[in-house]
Design a protein around this ligand. Structure first.
Ligand code: MLT
Length: 282
């Protein structure tokens, strides 16, 4: 079910389905809650699942000209507070993971677990910041072509099927085409203002490795071996830091594991969430 609330006078859209312990899904850039549709329907067979459109994305309105990760975290908190939910697991995809880390800094007591889904606790390098500046200029001039290239990079390039692999590989060229189309349609709904505000927010975000290091809740990391946005060797070291962690490395996925390796990532999150919810809270 789709619902609306307000946060800092802006309309915010979220979905709420299923019953029981709660999971909140926070999408990445340049997407919105629609991207979780099939995935959240599966999770909702086990849990209550809330997915939120971050400010500026989907049907949520812009709040200012820079959407910081802290602002996004506060928006998530507002939605969850309005629902009367106090402790939950946050699943953050990429930029949603950055927002999740800001959430972990501001509201650690509300987390029972945290899933870093193709995300990073490291701040942008100087080089990446320059890249973000270039992206902002391109978004302002050629939003649609920027989005086309960006979304194309989110998926791994499928390798030809090896003999006998047809039966086991569930995400091939056909699935890639379908998913890419869907993801591009979702991305195309984002305005230039929202894309710029989020890009500024990501560029200015703090390094938050320390949040993982001192996390009082379990953390599940999901990485794609073929992720073109985060090179595995660059993001893997962060997974060493939390006291209670799980790591899933997807052999054939890029940056979109919930499409490219749906069953594997679903199973990992369900198992992880059940473990987190069984743990005693002090
Ligand atoms: C995302 O998928 O949310 C973005 O690729 C994250 C980023 O650009 O750093």
């Amino acid at each position: 079910m789709i619902h609306y609330t307000t946060f800092r006078k802006a309309k915010i859209r979220y979905s709420d389905e299923g019953k029981g312990r709660a999971l909140v899904l926070v999408h990445g850039f340049p997407l919105n809650l629609q991207v979780w549709k099939e995935f959240s329907a599966e999770l909702a067979k086990h849990f209550r699942v809330i997915a939120i459109d971050l400010p500026g994305f989907g049907e949520s309105e812009n709040i200012g000209y820079v959407h910081s990760m802290e602002l996004m975290a506060q928006c998530v908190k507002e939605v969850m507070d309005n629902l009367g939910l106090r402790r939950y697991i946050l699943v953050g995809h990429s930029m949603g993971g950055y927002a999740g880390l800001a959430f972990g800094e501001l509201f650690p007591d509300n987390l029972r677990g945290f899933v870093m889904f193709h995300s990073s606790s490291y701040k942008d390098s100087d080089e990446k910041k320059i890249d973000r500046e270039r992206s902002i200029e391109t978004i302002k001039k050629k939003r649609k072509s920027y989005l086309k290239i960006f979304t194309g990079n989110m998926f791994a390039t499928p390798t030809p099927l090896l003999e006998g692999e047809g039966r086991v590989r569930s995400f091939g060229v056909k699935e890639l085409k379908e998913c890419l189309k869907k993801v591009q349609e979702i991305a195309n709904t984002a305005s230039a203002r929202a894309l710029v505000a989020a890009t500024e927010g990501m560029k200015n975000r703090k390094d938050r490795e320390i949040i993982l290091r001192f996390a009082q809740y379990p953390v599940l990391f999901i990485f794609g071996k073929k992720d073109k946005i985060f090179k595995l060797e660059n993001v893997l070291p962060q997974a060493e830091t939390p006291a209670d962690k799980e790591v899933l490395i997807l052999e054939n996925a890029g940056h979109m594991g919930f499409y490219e390796a749906k069953e594997e990532t679903l199973n990992a999150i369900i198992k992880f969430a059940n473990r987190c919810f069984r743990m005693k809270v002090e």
